[in-house]
Design a protein around this ligand. Structure first.
Ligand code: MG
Length: 259
């Protein structure tokens, strides 16, 4: 099942995709809910981010090859950090290139959407708390990440977490192809089977630190091949079994990125 959120007559709504149509659902879709009679044409809808997280928990260095390209040691436990909910944008929305940075990178990542509150759950129980999976881009001001020595500023600019286009609920996340395309040219390509820490391990680990609420999002780390974007670029994240998330980059007001 593919769950989408969209704008319907000035209000956010949720639905399930059936062919070229979307059937509206009661509620937010995070728990199974009744179908309404209202149908929409998918291609005519303005899609919203498929969930509204209270927090985005991101995992650093979860692919062996990405740790290598950054010259960092492979971690013994997951390295996690937070992106504020204000980073989240939906498919087709614009990533704003901040004036403060001279290098803004894309990072294609599998997103895990929580459906049921998870607190102190075991890896075996993790699946019961997952609603589904989506494409995510952990946009990063790489120069500020290096300069600050910690990652909050670099990862937290508004628009730095595009997600979507929908939540795929029926998917085994253990071996999916994860790719990014910059202006149509493939830049990243790996499989989630290369994870250092798999999805059940990540959900369990994070839930032993903080309560995960319905709608919260875990982004699971990026493979090698990260690189910079410029204003005017189109960045696409493609994940097998989910789909394609496209966003364009625009210069923030006052930017001097062309230096
Ligand atoms: Mg990342």
């Amino acid at each position: 099942m593919r769950l989408v959120r969209f704008q319907a007559q000035g209000r956010p709504a949720c639905g399930v995709i059936e062919g070229s149509e979307v059937i509206e659902l009661e509620g937010d879709g995070l728990v199974p809910s009744a179908r309404k009679k209202t149908r929409h044409v998918l291609s005519a809808l303005r899609l919203l981010p498929p969930c509204v997280p209270t927090k985005v928990v991101a995992v650093g260095l979860n692919y062996r090859d990405h740790a290598r390209e950054l010259g960092m040691a492979v971690p013994e436990e997951p390295i996690i950090f937070l992106k504020p909910p204000t980073t989240v944008i939906g498919p087709g929305e614009q990533i704003r290139y901040p004036a403060m940075s001279r290098q803004v990178d894309y990072e294609a990542e599998l997103g895990v959407v929580i459906g049921r509150t998870a607190r102190d759950c075991s890896p075996d129980a993790a699946a019961e708390h997952i609603r589904g999976y989506t494409c995510a881009n952990d946009v990063t001001a790489r120069d500020l990440q290096r300069k600050d020595g910690q990652w909050t500023r670099a990862k937290s600019f508004d628009t730095f977490c595009p997600i979507g286009p929908w939540i795929e609920t029926d998917l085994d996340p253990s071996d999916l192809l994860v790719e990014s395309y910059l202006n149509g040219v493939r830049r990243q390509s790996s499989r989630t089977s290369q994870f250092l820490f798999n999805v059940p391990h990540l959900v369990s680990f994070i839930s032993r630190i903080m309560t995960l609420h319905p709608g919260d999002l875990i982004i699971t780390g990026t493979p090698s091949g990260i690189g910079p974007m410029q204003a005017g670029d189109e960045i696409e994240v493609r994940i097998e079994g989910i789909g394609s998330l496209k966003n364009n980059v625009i210069a923030d007001c006052g930017s001097r990125i062309a230096e």
